[in-house]
Design a protein around this ligand. Structure first.
Ligand code: SF4
Length: 427
């Protein structure tokens, strides 16, 4: 029996109670959210994971992605990145390795952390086909479903599955063209396979079979975003919207007919003035399923700083109702992220999520506490409240002030200290 079935039957489970306590919400609110498809709790019957809720009324959650590439295969390094992501504050972790031994990598990562782990099974199916038969186009439909099952049994809690790329989506993509090409690996693999083999996407065509596998292993379906724009000039184009329509239909069927927990993924590269439209479209079309935003990057001209271009878009997205943010690191578009990139990506996304939650959920208590701590020059309190107090302390300590109360920015002429010494502004 799935957690959705329990929720639909009116049962409040232990998982619902645990996440409700963290979110400071009524467990009944969580139950209703799961029953209606607006909240998910990723878990796995194969490993114990840290429980968290994603969706309506819950704090915006952060995903960090790690994984090898064909150029850099270092399982120890990926495990260290996974641990660093968890310690930095990520809520989930996607293991997206495309180099080396898939099973060994995933097992090592799952053993090292307690976060819910996500994956993209089609990477494994296509890459193994390329290794065995010389090209991704030789993948078989069985390869896809076998990889999905294998990854579920390895403890994957949620999977990005590219159900929305069908022949119509692909026709729209080709007819319309793209300034920035197709940036999704899943989208590139599947569309190339479909065109070469002149076949429909098996994940779309055999959607019922897919749902049965996911249900058996209690995996959250995250409808993949293979048509996301890789350039702001391609944002919100017809192929992206076509994929969203199909994904929304699949999401609805998975939840209503199979009692699956479902997340709907979204773009990508999106200019600021199109974010509200994208969030609203995603929410309305998917019947308010949890929305997983991959970015969004709001400009294309800042490689090396794409964690910042993403944080700007992510904060705005979260303020409009996006529930789940996939981080972007400073290495985006340039290289496989290292440990420092992972930490920076997580922290930057946490800032974006908090800014969004200040608007969407009205969560401003921590900002009020920080205001008072700053006014009172209570440095320990400031470090305690800060998203990265350790970093904040290290910066101040690196340029130690002459006056313990102040900092080296204004030194003897600390505005706060001067006012505190002469009159009282406390409230
Ligand atoms: S020295 Fe200036 S920047 Fe530093 S705490 Fe005082 S007012 Fe703020």
């Amino acid at each position: 029996m799935s957690i959705v079935t329990d929720a639909k039957n009116g049962k409040v489970t232990e998982e619902m109670k645990i996440v409700a306590e963290f979110e400071d919400l009524d467990p009944e609110f969580i139950r209703r959210g799961i029953a209606s498809g607006r909240i998910v709790i990723p878990t796995s019957p194969y490993r114990k994971v840290k429980l968290g809720a994603i969706g309506e009324g819950c704090r915006t959650k952060i995903n960090a992605s790690i994984g090898s590439s064909s150029d850099i295969v270092d399982i120890d390094m990926e495990v260290k990145k996974a641990i660093a992501a968890e310690e930095a504050g990520a809520d989930t972790l996607m293991e997206l390795g495309t180099g080396g031994d898939f099973l060994e990598m995933r097992k090592a990562v799952c053993d090292a952390i307690s976060l819910p782990v996500g994956s993209v099974p089609l990477y494994q199916a296509f890459i193994e086909a390329a290794r065995k038969h010389g090209s991704i186009v030789h993948m078989t439909e069985d390869d896809l479903f076998n990889a999905t099952e294998e990854q579920a049994k390895a403890g994957t809690c949620f999977m990005a599955i590219h159900t929305g790329i069908n022949k119509i989506t692909l026709e729209r993509l080709q007819r319309h063209g793209r300034y920035g090409g197709l940036c999704s690996r899943g989208g590139a693999f599947m569309s190339t396979w479909m065109l070469h083999n002149e076949k429909e996407n098996p994940l779309y065509e055999q959607f019922d079979y897919l749902c049965e596998i996911l249900k058996e292993h209690e995996v959250v379906l995250s409808t993949g975003n293979g048509m996301r724009a890789g350039a702001v000039h391609d944002a919100t184009d017809r192929a992206q919207i076509q994929e969203l329509i199909i994904n929304s239909e699949c999401a609805e069927r998975a939840h209503s007919e199979y009692d699956l927990q479902v997340i709907v993924e979204g773009p990508g590269h999106v200019p600021l003035d199109q974010i509200k439209t994208n969030v609203q479209l995603m929410k309305i079309m998917s019947n308010y399923k949890p929305f997983y935003m991959l970015g969004p990057l709001v400009t294309d001209i800042a490689p090396g700083y794409d964690h910042i271009t993403t944080a700007i878009g992510a904060a705005v997205s979260a303020s409009y109702g996006c529930d789940f943010l996939c981080y972007v690191t400073p290495a985006e578009h340039l290289a496989l992220p290292n440990i420092d990139d992972v930490i920076t990506g997580v922290k930057t996304s946490m800032i974006a999520a908090h800014i969004g939650d200040m608007i969407r959920l009205g969560k401003r208590d921590e900002d009020l506490a920080m205001a008072r701590a700053r006014r009172d020059l209570d440095w320990e309190k400031m470090y305690e409240i800060a998203i990265d107090g350790k970093h904040a302390k290290a910066v101040r300590d690196s340029r130690a002030p002459g006056d313990e109360d102040a900092c080296t920015m204004c030194g003897d002429f600390c505005a706060l200290k001067i006012v505190n010494q002469h009159y009282d502004l406390a409230k």
